[in-house]
Design a protein around this ligand. Structure first.
Ligand code: ADP
Length: 627
């Protein structure tokens, strides 16, 4: 081929080339082919003689200036760059620019350039960059912890902030030194029977096989605190063992669930083992839905199926008045939340029983409300209460008749006094007038009449003061018991001297709240008895003392007298109860009954310790709260 033909081929190659080719002399385009005019969107005629910088945006100009300078100086052999085209339209067009020096005699005389529309490639790159930054944003900011983990090399390739936080590390640098056998504990108190390293060993192989899987697990925080996590392992480059491990903390959820299960179990245990019969009832059908074993026992059936068969009439005794009450109680419970109940039910195949308890509404399902019956067999208690009620009624009647009797005793004894005084005075008058005319025997008869009348007068006097005890209210004042007793001893001095009695008084508190007149009567009676029931051959010794107890004062009057046999110790407090005849020891048998009454008015108790033939100690207490 001759040179001309060759030149023509080269010319065609250049002119028709798909790449935009151009030639620069001092930045001016001296030659360009059609493809280049298409790349820069300018016609060939207009293009020649323009500066290459005209096609470059101002902010990228320096890149090109620098490159051209270097090429000119022979410092750069090749320059490649994707520029944005400077043109009038809004559309962003990228074009690549390849520049190489044209050298003659080792001198760079001009620059040869090739160019191509690079818009689609640049766009792809931009999309890739966008996708990458989207992924980065997601990866860094996800509330789940993410590790990029290499299972083949057992190392963390990257992780996000959440993962760092969950493991307790500062930065990737620090965490990259550990692997999954460090951040997964071998043993955990959450699952004490498991070897967690053993359980996670197979994960590597699964990743290599390209399998994505879900796994719960335990992780170690750097501080040693363990957390339960739920994780997803998603292989990325499985052939290299790389996978995303995405996980989040479910410790609270698991523990809450466990607590809920435990609470449910506890409720179930209470339900099953409650002493009360618990029956869950549908008020619509009035049939049980659920019950505990005690409910079966209470109703006298052996299975729940049997219980379901029972209608309201089956559980109530025949013609029971409680039917309306039962229905009303259910309605009340449904309306007000709960209602106390007490009614008589029929135990299957057995007699009726009294039950008491509570109906409680369950409105969790508003359309179908239910109620729970908590019941207890209180038959024994009920019967006892009924018995007490009857006894109380009897007692009330008794008190009523007793009061009437006391009233009667008061008026009778009061009215008897006058005729008795007449008997005594007229007998004495008769005795004086007939003094010399009657025999000794007749005189004796007369004195019998007088002494009997005197006895009767004493009896009536005692009876009067006994009945007065009840009718006069107690009048509490602060009293010095020591002074009270000293006065009493002065009044009783003749008897004390006559008996040559020794009286010992232990210390008493300054003052005690009591009814002075009545307590003086108590001491007088008890001391008189102690002197009266002394042994004939022994000097009476009486010790009086007072003990300060938590709620009461306890007084004691101890003697060395004849004592009281055990079997009579309770009875002596009864009205008219005496252990001796009036010939042996004079008296009416009213004293201790009256003492007991006065002490009970002082909210106290009276009791004694006594040994027959050795002596007795009478104790009585006075409640401190009276004052
Ligand atoms: P009275 O002294 O008028 O017989 P009380 O009611 O005071 O009536 O006493 C009832 C009975 O209790 C007395 O008859 C006596 O048998 C017995 N008794 C009371 N105090 C003593 C005492 N200190 N020692 C022995 N017996 C006593």
């Amino acid at each position: 081929m001759n040179i001309k033909a060759q030149e023509s081929i080269y010319k065609t190659l250049v002119e028709e080339n798909a790449a935009g080719l151009f030639h620069l002399e001092n930045d001016i385009i001296t030659y360009a082919n059609r493809s280049f005019s298409e790349v820069v969107r300018v016609s060939l005629n207009e293009l020649i003689g323009t500066s290459i910088y005209d096609y470059i945006l101002p902010d990228e100009k320096n890149i090109l200036i620098e490159a051209i300078e270097k090429i000119k100086k022979g410092k750069l052999e090749k320059f490649n760059y994707d520029f944005k085209l400077n043109h009038d339209a809004d559309e962003v067009i990228y074009f690549s620019m390849h520049l190489t020096p044209y050298t003659q005699s080792k001198e760079v005389t001009s620059i040869v350039g090739a160019s191509r529309d690079a818009t689609s490639r640049a766009m792809k790159n931009i999309e890739m960059l966008k996708a990458k930054s989207r992924f980065e944003a997601l990866f860094r900011n996800m509330i789940d912890g993410i590790l990029i983990y290499n299972y083949a090399e057992e190392k963390i390739l990257d992780c996000n902030e959440t993962a760092l936080e969950m493991f307790g590390y500062e930065d990737y640098e620090a965490i990259s030194k550990i692997n999954r056998f460090d951040f997964i504990p071998k043993k955990s108190h959450f699952f004490p029977d498991m070897d967690l390293h053993e359980a996670t060993k197979g994960h590597g192989q699964r990743v290599m096989n390209g399998e994505a899987f879900h796994t719960p697990g335990i992780i170690n925080h750097k501080s040693g605190v363990q957390k339960i996590v739920s994780g997803n392992v998603v292989p990325t480059f499985h052939q290299y063992g790389e996978a995303f491990v995405i996980f989040h903390d479910i410790t609270k959820r698991v523990l809450d669930k466990r607590t809920k299960q435990q609470t449910e179990k506890r409720y179930k245990d209470i339900f099953q083992n409650s002493h009360e019969a618990i029956i869950y009832i549908d008020p619509e059908s009035m049939r049980p839905i659920l019950c505990n074993p005690n409910a079966l026992e209470l109703m006298g059936v052996s299975s729940f199926e049997e219980l379901v068969q029972l209608s309201i009439d089956d559980v109530l005794p025949e013609n029971s008045p409680d039917k309306v009450y039962l229905i009303k109680s259910i309605q009340k419970a449904l309306k007000e939340g709960k209602c106390e109940v007490s009614l008589t039910l029929k135990k299957q195949n057995q007699k009726s029983m009294r039950v008491s308890g509570m109906f409680v509404s369950d409105l969790s399902d508003k359309k179908n409300p239910k109620f729970i019956a908590f019941l207890r067999d209180v038959t024994t208690l009920y019967e006892a209460q009924e018995a007490i009620k009857n006894k109380n009624q009897e007692l009330e009647k008794y008190i009523e008749s007793n009061l009437q009797l006391e009233n009667f005793a008061y008026f009778a004894s009061h009215d008897l006094q006058t005729p008795l005084r007449s008997i005594t005075s007229f007998t004495q008058l008769l005795e004086r007038r007939l003094k010399d005319r009657i025999s000794e025997e007749e005189k004796e008869f007369m004195s019998f009449i007088t002494s009997s009348a005197i006895n009767m007068q004493n009896l009536i006097n005692d009876l009067l003061s006994y009945s007065r005890t009840n009718t006069t209210a107690i009048n509490i004042t602060e009293v010095s018991v020591k002074m009270l007793l000293e006065q009493l001893f002065i009044e009783m001095s003749s008897t004390i001297e006559e008996k040559q009695a020794e009286i010992i008084m232990h210390p008493f508190p300054e003052s005690i709240g009591l009814d002075e007149t009545k307590i003086r009567q108590v001491f007088q009676n008890l001391i008189t008895n102690a002197l009266k029931f002394s042994k004939p051959d022994q000097r009476p010794k009486i010790v009086i003392s007072c003990q300060n107890k938590r709620n009461e004062w306890v007084f004691s009057i101890e003697d060395n007298g004849i004592g009281i046999k055990q079997e009579f110790q309770e009875k002596i407090f009864l009205l008219f109860k005496r252990l001796h005849t009036s010939q042996e020891y004079e008296g009416t048998g009213i004293g201790l009954a009256m003492v007991k009454k006065i002490i009970s008015q002082h909210k106290g108790r009276i009791w004694l310790k006594s040994e027959y033939d050795k002596g007795s100690t009478f104790f009585f207490s006075i409640n401190k709260k009276l004052s």
